[in-house]
Write a protein that binds this ligand. Structure first.
Ligand code: SME
Length: 161
């Protein structure tokens, strides 16, 4: 099959996710390597939504370690409870941060990022295995619709772990 992701640019955000998710499912079901699949998921999200940064941190040796992403160079390791990523891991829940300056302890990998969403990835035992992180240069882009659909994408990722 073709590896291309095709999304109509005229669709609403919700419709774009509804077109994207079945294509992501088809893309990852033909590959067993986790890194390859996370790389394509980050690329597909970046291509569809054009965010500043989108990618993964996965837990290794009790730290979040940078994994496949699209966007500028980023911090490589984040401790439990630190930043938005480490807090989402600790609290085992998605965090929508409309203004990063108002999140105490936010880790500024890029000074261009003003808003962020972090969604935990759960393994099959319901333990946090990593996080999906999205950063935006704009205040008006990330919202609860993104949280809802990024959580659906992370449920897909659970099946790959
Ligand atoms: N801002 C994140 C760090 C990761 S980068 O944004 C890619 C945080 O506060 O955890």
């Amino acid at each position: 099959m073709s590896e291309a992701i095709i999304i109509n640019n005229n669709l609403s955000k919700q419709e774009k996710y509804q077109e994207l998710i079945p294509q992501l499912s088809a893309l990852v079901e033909i590959e067993t390597d986790l890194t390859a699949n996370l790389a394509n998921i980050s690329a597909a999200l970046h291509q569809t939504f054009g965010w500043l940064w989108v990618g993964f941190y996965m837990i290794k040796d009790n730290e979040l370690v940078l994994a496949p992403f699209q966007g500028p160079v980023a911090c490589t390791r984040i401790k439990y409870g630190r930043g938005v990523c480490g807090t989402a891991w600790k609290e085992k829940k998605s965090l929508l941060v409309p203004n990063v300056e108002q999140f105490h302890g936010h880790i500024a990998c890029s000074s261009l990022s003003v808003a962020e969403i972090v969604v935990p990835i759960f393994d099959k035992k319901d333990e946090v295995a990593g996080v999906l992180d999205v950063d935006s240069e704009r205040f008006d882009v990330l919202d609860e619709t993104d949280v809802l659909f990024l959580e659906k994408i992370n449920i897909l990722i659970t099946t790959l772990l």
